[in-house]
Design a protein around this ligand. Structure first.
Ligand SMILES: [Mg+2]
Length: 165
């Protein structure tokens, strides 16, 4: 089950401080997009999330968006944030993570993937050999059926994770 367990868990991406990232030795971050940076139904990044990215970038943290969404859509999000991206990433497969790290010259030991899905983000990061940071999805009720379908199973995994830590 270990490949399904996140290394760290936060309520939201904005709760992650620069000091904490520094303590963990994390300098580069791969970011999921839908339900992590924005509501599923909206194309707009939440303003507090955009601020969070800006603040961390000012401290020297580097980012790459890593989404299973279509290239055309994620490209616009990446442009609005002025960040590089890789999409579609085909998470939970690890190849997208590895490709994005190669593309951006990210050191795997200093990289984590932040995302909201156990069966996509956490698995992809763990299989790629980097750290995984799970956040609570923003407005999960807006997600399409195939994403919501996985949530009860995720809950089972996370119950086991909470018991184990
Ligand atoms: Mg997501």
């Amino acid at each position: 089950m270990n490949f399904l367990y996140p290394h760290y868990r936060f309520g939201s991406i904005v709760e992650i401080s620069f000091e904490w990232l520094k303590e963990q030795g994390l300098t580069t971050l791969l970011l999921d997009v839908d339900s992590t940076l924005k509501y599923y139904s909206s194309p707009l990044i939440l303003p507090e999330v955009a601020d969070w990215i800006e603040q961390k970038r000012a401290c020297g943290v580097r980012f790459c968006l890593l989404s299973n969404g279509r290239q055309r859509r994620i490209c616009k999000t990446a442009e609005s944030l002025n960040l590089p991206y890789l999409a579609p990433a085909y998470k939970p497969l690890p190849f997208g993570c590895r490709k994005a790290m190669r593309q951006e010259h990210f050191e795997p030991r200093q990289t984590a993937l932040i995302g909201d899905q156990v069966f996509a983000d956490v698995m992809a990061a763990n299989l790629a050999g980097i750290r995984s940071i799970l956040v609570t999805p923003l407005r999960p009720e807006e997600e399409p059926f195939f994403a919501r379908m996985k949530r009860p199973l995720e809950q089972l995994v996370l119950n086991g994770y909470e018991r184990n830590r």
